[in-house]
Design a protein around this ligand. Structure first.
Ligand SMILES: *Cc1c(COP(=O)(O)O)cnc(C)c1O
Length: 420
């Protein structure tokens, strides 16, 4: 369920007609619904209600906008961050340091120090080497880092290869068959408080079986570690739950996910944590765009050229991802079109031969399910600047990220003296 619905023939976000946002802020612009974010945050939490006080850390990389983080902070969410920049954002949104976990294979010394200085809840270590480095930095600074070891369970998540993270050939985590040995080694280091295991096998998972398999392996590892005398008090089960990108598509619900987790983790006797991203933010946002012109080259379907491009929404170009595209004021019969952006690259194609609302020059349209992995992946390719973002709450809205104009980006560049 989301709060982007037609009312009297005009698409609204909550109580705000989208043409009002386009008129005031311009296009392209991402529009997020506060009510939808809240709803998803609550539905996910309710899905886990059979568990004892689970910690939920929003995966900041899916939507790092400060206002979005603030909405989730108010819902009691913490943050899963993967860079110093994301850590700074989580703190700026008043997320409690103890509710922040730091993941990622390439945390630099400076980032490890930043996490120690902020006294974050947990570092999810992705390698033995990282653990040793963090132990040294922590010990030198008289600190102790709370850590989980991220394992790679060698499970195929059955998702797009570029967002699969739990196969042996992926760069994430330590091989699960070496995890007990590495855990023991790291647990012996002063500077580290090894307290658990983390796992995250990929994103946009369409069924629960790979997750269940991965969690089963984590359960066996926890038993093995305890058998070897290690202390294990925490398990972080990551994110990955998929969302429907096509109208009518059904995916496992948070309730089904929660029931599976409750079954598999029964008897683990650990504090469980989760890192959902897409399932919270995906359907809470759209990318609002305007049709520049409709180009008819032959008798085939027309090219509808919109003012959003692959630099604003990268998923179709990057993963061949599908986004439903709807007119803001649908009228007349549907027809078949190609939807493309203005960028000089054939990859800048959002849909080919798509049966959808008929669009004419000047019409507004939305890419749905753009609240996760949307604005955050934007670039300024083709010197197009950075897309703006808006948050809606009932009948009001606010610009929560300014449009960064191409000129502002050019201002950060210079021609050296010796070149003139
Ligand atoms: C990306 C990521 C997530 C979130 O994944 P979603 O599919 O958006 O839920 C969670 N944990 C880690 C470590 C990640 O890298």
């Amino acid at each position: 369920m989301n709060h982007f619905q037609l009312r009297d023939g005009v698409l609204h976000c909550e109580d705000v007609p989208l043409p009002a946002i386009a008129a005031e802020v311009g296009t392209p612009v991402y529009v997020y619904s506060r009510a939808t974010l809240q709803r998803h945050a609550r539905v996910f939490r309710e899905g886990l209600s059979a568990l004892d006080d689970p910690q939920i850390h929003f995966a900041v990389k899916s939507n790092p906008n400060l206002a979005v983080l603030k909405v989730l902070q108010q819902e009691g969410y913490g943050a899963d961050v993967v860079s110093g920049g994301e850590l700074a954002r989580a703190l700026a949104a008043d997320m409690a340091p103890e509710k922040i976990v730091f993941s990622g294979v390439g945390k630099t010394d400076a980032e490890l120090m930043q996490g120690l200085d902020a006294d974050i809840g947990q570092f999810n270590l992705e390698s033995e080497e990282e653990g040793r480095e963090l132990a040294d930095i922590a010990a030198q600074n008289g600190k102790v880092a709370r850590c989980a070891l991220r394992v790679n369970p060698d499970v195929d998540a059955g998702t797009h290869e570029k967002i699969s993270t739990g196969k042996a050939e992926n760069k994430f985590g330590v091989p699960i068959n070496r995890a007990a040995e590495i855990y023991a080694m790291l647990a012996a280091l002063p500077g580290l408080d090894m307290r658990g295991i983390a796992v995250h096998i990929g994103s946009q998972l369409a069924n629960l079986e790979p997750l269940e398999t991965a969690f089963g392996k984590v359960g066996a590892l926890i038993a093995e570690l305890r058998g070897a005398g290690q202390s294990v008090t925490h398990a972080d089960l990551g994110g990955g739950l998929g969302v429907p990108y096509k109208a009518g598509e059904t995916l496992p619900s948070p309730a089904e996910y929660g029931a599976m987790v409750a079954r598999v983790t029964k008897g683990w006797n650990v504090a469980l944590a989760f890192e959902p991203g897409r399932v919270i933010a995906g359907n809470a946002g759209v990318l609002l765009t305007k049709v520049i012109r409709v180009k008819r080259s032959s008798n085939a379907s027309p090219f509808v050229v919109v003012d959003a491009a692959m630099n604003d929404l990268a998923r179709p170009a990057m993963y061949g991802a599908w986004h439903d595209i709807d007119a803001v004021e649908p009228k007349g019969p549907r027809s078949v079109s190609h939807i493309v952006g203005p960028i000089c690259e054939t990859g800048d194609t959002f849909a080919m031969n798509r049966e959808m609302d008929t669009l004419a020059s000047g019409d507004l349209a939305v890419f749905r399910t753009a609240g996760a992995y949307g604005a955050t992946m934007a670039s300024s390719y083709n010197s197009r600047g950075f897309v703006a973002e808006v948050l809606v709450d009932g009948d009001k809205f606010a610009v929560v990220a300014d449009r960064l104009l191409a000129g502002a980006i050019m201002d950060a560049e210079r021609i050296p003296d010796w070149l003139v």
